[in-house]
Design a protein around this ligand. Structure first.
Ligand code: NAD
Length: 284
């Protein structure tokens, strides 16, 4: 844990931006990498805005706000991604993640740790694609990363036990609550939560209830967010990718068939809050 001074977060979208903020706020030198210049600018502005909120609510002072921002280097160049710990939070696609990890493993030292924020892809299969598989681990943060405390620390078949222990200490240093789990489709939370989304969409498909009614009912019973509001927060593309991957990995059981409603949203580009429209419309 003491060996980790620099954290590189690859992907500056919903999750990557939040994880970079968490790392910088915990005092780590942070590199925020994305292939999209627009996403880097959005991340910079989201982090700036979040830190302003912390200052105006008396959570941090102006000096800490400035220090956090100065600790993050935003870059579009993979050659800058040299760190003690690289956390990838790019698109939920195995090939893309494997390609990124193999690029990172070429430019980093053999002691660097490679963590994936994947929600559903097999960490064991990803680890098999890199030069030092024992240094690959899952670090599954939740959305929004600066607020949600839980992190699933996922142990792949090849992950060195010492790396798992280091990640437990690191996540605690980030102010999070780690839960160690073995690599399995959807890990813990996404496996259990699949039914929350899929059953809700089945109710809408069969005309038994509206999106608004289901969300209102679930929120009234104590869930912080109804399934549709939550899917919009997560991103329809990400949620559908997770549904597909978990369904296939478990042998395509009928109860987990991905929903046509979600596929239609995906095809129309209504991906949720990040696009201003999903199951609901948002001010952009
Ligand atoms: N959205 C959630 O609620 C949530 C929660 C937990 C985990 N996750 C996981 O986090 C990961 C990212 O999800 P997200 O919602 O932040 O996605 P997103 O679509 O908001 O952002 C993905 C980012 O990755 C960038 N990118 C794509 N390919 C890249 C590459 N090769 N190198 C660098 N950057 C690249 C894109 O430009 C984009 O900015 C996924 O694996 C997802 O399963 C998502």
């Amino acid at each position: 844990m003491n060996n980790i001074k620099t954290i590189c977060v690859c992907g500056a979208g919903t999750m990557g931006s939040g994880i970079a903020q968490v790392a910088a706020m915990a005092g780590f030198d942070t590199i925020q990498f994305d292939v999209s210049h627009d996403m880097l600018e959005k991340s910079r502005s989201a982090i700036t805005k979040n830190l302003e909120w912390y200052v105006s609510n008396g959570k941090i002072n102006a000096a800490r706000q400035l220090a956090c921002l100065e600790r993050i280097r935003f870059t579009g160049h993979i050659r800058d991604c040299i760190a003690d710990l690289c956390i990838e939070a790019i698109t939920e696609q195995k090939e893309a993640k494997a390609a990124l990890f193999s690029q990172l493993s070429v430019i980093n030292t053999s002691t660097s740790i490679f963590a994936t924020n994947t929600s559903s892809i097999s960490v064991t299969e990803l680890a098999a694609t890199v030069q030092h598989p024992s240094r690959v681990v899952g670090l599954h943060f939740f959305n929004p990363a600066p607020i949600m405390k839980l992190v699933e620390v996922v142990k792949a078949a090849q992950t060195d036990t010492a790396i798992v222990e280091t990640m437990v200490m690191l996540t605690k240093a980030l102010g999070k609550i780690p839960v160690v789990c073995n690599d399995a489709p959807g890990f813990i939370v996404n496996r259990v939560a699949r039914q929350y989304y899929l059953e809700a969409m089945k109710l809408v498909e069969s005309g038994l209830a509206t999106i608004e009614t289901i969300d209102a009912v679930m929120e009234t019973t104590g869930f912080k967010m109804g399934p549709f509001r939550l899917m919009d927060l997560i991103g329809i593309d990400i949620n559908l990718a997770v549904s597909n991957i978990v369904w296939e990995a478990l042998g395509k059981p009928a109860r987990l068939i991905p929903s046509p409603i979600q596929k239609a949203k995906m095809e129309s580009g209504e991906l949720g809050r990040k696009k201003g429209k999903g199951f609901y419309v948002y001010g952009v």
